[in-house]
Design a protein around this ligand. Structure first.
Ligand code: GDP
Ligand code: MG
Length: 174
């Protein structure tokens, strides 16, 4: 249950450019803003949800992948996953399905919290993936679903709060 220091590793997966760093960036404290430029790939935050604090270690794995042995490690080390695609990029939606399949294959006996995220909803005119398709995909892959806009900060708080609730549900069910 979490790491020895009570942290839950939440790994963001998804094609380059879908908005993983932007979603995580919203939770950087002010003093971290400067280093945001440096593409920091790890970020720790504590969220108060339903009156209880939970600490998450958010990992933007795309950055880490470049340096380590790739996706496999990422698929093994997370307590929870956020799989991001861009609603303006159908191929990123297909990659998200692929990632979900890989995750299921790697962690088949574990019931890990997963949220599928369709980001960039503000780009209304270039949308390629409908909300219905996203929702249907989440049903097929048995995970939660939310659409967000990192730029407008729409549904981002809800995403991370939802993640905390998922983690707690699993913890209580264990
Ligand atoms: P990453 O490669 O998945 O980490 O993606 P980034 O967070 O670096 O974002 C890639 C590009 O998409 C950047 O130019 C972001 O400003 C832009 N971006 C990210 N999220 C959104 C969003 O919700 N709406 C719009 N319009 N652009 C976004
Ligand atoms: Mg990034």
């Amino acid at each position: 249950e979490g790491t020895s220091d009570g942290l839950f590793r939440v790994i963001l997966l998804g094609d380059p450019g879908v908005g993983k760093s932007s979603l995580v960036g919203i939770f950087r404290r002010e003093q971290d803003r400067e280093s945001a430029e440096q593409q920091q790939e790890l970020y720790q935050c504590t969220l108060t949800v339903d009156g209880e604090d939970t600490s998450l270690l958010l990992m933007d794995i795309c950055e880490i992948q470049k340096r380590t042995d790739g996706c496999n490690r990422a698929l093994r080390m997370g307590h929870a996953y956020i799989i991001v695609y861009s609603v303006t990029d159908r191929s990123s939606f297909e990659s998200a399905s692929e990632l979900r399949i890989q995750l299921r294959r790697t962690r088949q006996y574990e019931n890990i919290p997963i949220i599928l995220v369709g980001n960039k909803t503000d780009l209304v005119r270039s949308r390629e993936v409908s909300v219905e398709e996203g929702r249907a995909c989440a049903v097929v892959f048995d995970c939660k679903f939310i659409e967000t806009s990192a730029v407008l900060q729409h549904n981002v708080q809800e995403l991370f709060e939802g993640m905390v609730r998922q983690i707690r549900l699993r913890r209580e069910g264990a």
